[in-house]
Each structure stands twice: as structure tokens, then as C-alpha cells.
Design a protein around this ligand. Sequence first.
Ligand SMILES: NC(=O)c1ccc[n+]([C@@H]2O[C@H](COP(=O)([O-])OP(=O)(O)OC[C@H]3O[C@@H](n4cnc5c(N)ncnc54)[C@H](O)[C@@H]3O)[C@@H](O)[C@H]2O)c1
Length: 278
Amino acid sequence: MLTNLLEGKKGIIFGALNDRSIAWKVAEMAHAQGASITLSNTAVACRMGEVMELSERLNAPLIPADATSVEDLQNVFQKSQEILGGKVDFVLHSIGMSLNVRKKRPYNDLNYDFLNKTLDISSISFHKMLQVAYQMDAIAEWGSVVALTYAAAQRTMFEYNDMADAKALLESIARSFGYIYGRERHVRVNTVSQSPTMTTAGSGVKGFDGLMDFSDRMSPLGNATAEDCANFVVTMFSDLTRKITMQNIFHDGGFSSMGMSQRAMLQYNKSFETVNVE
Ligand SMILES: NC(=O)c1ccc[n+]([C@@H]2O[C@H](COP(=O)([O-])OP(=O)(O)OC[C@H]3O[C@@H](n4cnc5c(N)ncnc54)[C@H](O)[C@@H]3O)[C@@H](O)[C@H]2O)c1
């Protein structure tokens, strides 16, 4: 096991809500690998005992911000630099929310105010984060920015709804900003496309248990857990991956390259033994 991969590095982790959150696991792993970090989430989330407990345990000050507010983001980058003592080396965007999903509006009957919110929170916030950091020159040379995404950006997934469009936009922002940030400051920008994971955001998707089981059967290595994701994201923050930028990297046990697997086919065939589905 490699240790101290992030020794001396400073970072900001957005999106740790509870101990199931992917950002929570990344924060713990980054800390264990020697990084100093700050945490950020909405004011409501920050008032929850769980996030405060993480903040105290990791000695990682908590800075509230609505990620759709440029002013709030400026404050996070400003305060983080003051607290950590200089420019940051890495940033995690682990933020997603869709009111259409929450309120069970199907994709062919979207509420457009909700759609605007989905895109603002789940995708445009990433652009805002990058633009604020770039304009404040808050990320050090060879810094690394990662946002979490899902394979529904490339392939239609039943019930993923407008989050699919949000993820496609998020991945595009990583490429567009990655070019500028790489060219001008050697800062890398990537998205990590994670397996379905049982978190608060994940379990909001209808039929999530079935999706997780299907995905696990389809993936030769099985679903990647939140802990697996944290291990990978930490390498993306480290100096071992300095020349990776503008990529969407699938961290999904092989799911994205599969069409049909033996384990999924066996389960599918079982359905014919009990019911005759057209
Ligand atoms: N869980 C999965 O199956 C899965 C799979 C692939 C990608 N992802 C992505 O991983 C990321 C993290 O989600 P998670 O699964 O850990 O769930 P989570 O619910 O633990 O995290 C989502 C976070 O977004 C935050 N958030 C929502 N609105 C915000 C706003 N306006 N400003 C700031 N923060 C806001 C929430 O407070 C929460 O901390 C999301 O981008 C999600 O789409 C999740």
C-alpha cells in the first residue's frame, strides 16, 4: 500500500453529506494520505452533526457554500487559502441534485424550472468553481480537479432522467475548461465515472437496488464502492497522474465496456422460468 501520496498537498472537498457520501470517503482517504483539507457543503448540510463530526475528526474546517453561488465559491477559495496557507493543489466536485428525480417527474414531462436547477447545481456549478479558482489563481501549478459523473452521460439509463443531461454537460465542461486551465497553468481537470453507489443522492433514483444489482452482474470486477472510488480519486490528486487531463475515466469494474455478461444473462433467463414476459 502506497502511503503519504498527498503529503504536503492542500485541497477542498465539496459534497460530503454523511458517511455514505463519495466525498466523505475521499476526504478520509486524502487526510490519511497526508493532505490538509477544507470541506464545503450547503449551509443546511453543514449544520448536520455528521459533517461537523467529520470536520472535527479530520481537522478540516467546514465552509458553507451553495455551489450555484459565485460569491459563496469565492469565499470558499479565499478562506481555504487563508486556512491552508496558500494555493490549493486539488479540488473535488461531488455534487448532484435533481428535483425532477426527487418529485418523480418523468423525462417526457419535465418541469423546466426543476431542469434549470438540476443543471445549475449538478453541472454549471463545476464551471463556476473552475472559473472562480482560475480568476483568483487559487490552484497551484499541476493541481488536479475532479468531478464525479455517471455512465448515463453516454448511454441511456432507465429512470436516470435529467441527471443524464447534467452529467453530459459536466463532462463537457471538464474538457473545455481543462484545455484552458492546462494550457495556462498546468492544472488538470477530469471526471470520474463511478459505478452506482448506495448514497443519499444515488438512492433517490427510482429502482436503484435493481440498477446496482444489474450493474454488478454486468461488471467483470463488480461494482466499484465509494471506498474504491476514494482510492482512485486520491491517485488522480497525486503527482503519479500528472499528465492526465480532459478525460472522463470510467471507474466502474468494467461495466462501460460490456454489452452482456454471463451473470446478467443467467439472471435474465431465470425470469422466463417463473413469468412469461413479453
Ligand atoms: N451514488 C451514485 O450511484 C453515483 C454514481 C456516479 C456518480 N455519482 C455522483 O457522485 C456525486 C456525489 O454524490 P453521492 O452519491 O456521494 O451522494 P450524496 O448525496 O452523498 O452527495 C451529494 C452532495 O451534493 C450536495 N449538494 C446538493 N446541492 C448542493 C448545492 N446547491 N451546493 C453545494 N452542494 C450541494 C449535497 O449536500 C450532498 O453533499 C454526485 O455528483 C453524483 O451524481 C453518484
